[in-house]
Design a protein around this ligand. Structure first.
Ligand code: 13P
Ligand code: SF4
Length: 328
């Protein structure tokens, strides 16, 4: 079992094929007083069994306030780590420990610490999509839901380093006109969209609105009808009188968009390669089978050093405090 976790990142224990995994997971959840938190980019069946589905801000708010004994985090490593930081006395499980994040990987904490030395009078705002070690070097964490308001809440002359996403950083910098130094990181899923193919798609579907996540590149954001977090995109599509949407973010969100809006059409924005999907390979490492084994055997678990938890907690709490002030 330990060997599996080290080499594979998950428990590779065969599951009886006759089992109804939905029923079994629900049973285990009750027995163990566990909660399943899932990001919108998870597979549809994981979203369907989750107790809460949300964006990074919503998920961290839930992780901070839950009274469950066990949190099963159906998302990627930095999200489960954030849940552990906010609820250190709870057992936090991640179905596949190898569910990482290209954006978090693009900003190693030691390299960032060196970079930061060049800007001693700057405040560090880090997108939550980063490691706990990077959060230690951060003054305020943000998500795509609150980044704009957090930056705007600072004094106008406050110099800022924004890490690790250069696209979200450039978008906020343009919107606010603030003095911001950007770390050169990006998300592999949001950088792969083809502007040319999206323009062709818009011409084919002239009534379709383009909804984009701010992790997308500026040339795509420039032609978007709406820019926002996954929750923002979902809410916009639900409230909009339009019936057709091109969705420039990870394709998992379309499951909730379709459930909330059965009569509307959602077209995943095409990537610039031959792959027909916009799946995040990290998010999609989690499966219902891995989730079942994870809850049954309570492995893999997120284990963190106490000092790291304490140091990484401060900028996340600051974000939660500000978000509450903004009514988010
Ligand atoms: P949000 O759901 O907070 O918009 O984040 C998107 C994302 O890329 C998560 O990995
Ligand atoms: Fe990371 Fe991008 Fe995947 Fe989100 S979609 S987990 S930012 S690689």
């Amino acid at each position: 079992m330990v060997n599996d976790l080290q080499t594979k990142g998950f428990l590779d224990i065969p599951i009886d094929l006759s089992l109804d995994l939905f029923a079994e997971i629900n049973k285990l959840k009750k027995e163990k007083n566990a909660i399943i938190l899932a990001h919108y980019y998870q597979d549809a069946d994981i979203q369907d069994i989750a107790d809460y589905i949300g964006d990074s801000l919503g998920l961290s708010q839930q992780a901070a306030k839950t009274d469950a004994d066990i949190i099963v985090f159906a998302g990627v490593h930095f999200m489960a780590e954030t849940a552990k930081i906010l609820s250190p006395n709870k057992k936090v499980l991640l179905p596949d420990l190898k569910a990482g994040c290209s954006l978090a990987d693009s900003c190693p904490a030691d390299k960032f610490a060196e970079f930061k030395k060049q800007y001693p009078d700057h405040l560090v705002i880090s997108y939550i999509n980063c490691t706990a070690e990077l959060k230690v070097h951060t003054d305020i964490v943000c998500t795509s839901t609150n980044a704009l308001q957090i930056v705007e809440s600072l004094p106008k002359d406050q110099k800022i380093i924004f890490a690790p996403d250069k696209n979200l950083g450039a978008y906020i910098k343009k919107k606010t006109g603030r003095d911001m130094v950007l770390w050169d990181g990006a998300c592999m899923v949001h950088e792969i969209f083809s502007l040319e193919k999206i323009i062709q798609l818009k011409n084919k579907h002239p009534k379709a609105l383009l909804l984009a996540h701010p992790e997308c590149e500026a040339n795509l954001l420039d032609i978007a009808d709406y820019i926002g977090s996954t929750t923002g995109i979902l809410n916009y599509a639900t409230k909009s009188p339009a019936n057709e949407f091109i969705v420039a973010t990870e394709a998992g969100i379309i499951h909730q968009m379709q459930l909330k809006n059965p009569g509307k059409t959602f077209i995943p924005a095409p990537p610039n390669n031959t792959c027909a999907c916009n799946d995040c390979p990290h998010m999609k490492l989690n499966t219902l089978e891995k989730l079942y084994n994870c809850l049954k055997y309570e492995q893999p678990e997120i284990i963190m050093d106490e000092k790291l938890i304490k140091d990484a907690r401060r900028p996340i709490e600051k974000m939660l405090e500000l978000s509450a002030q903004f009514g988010l």
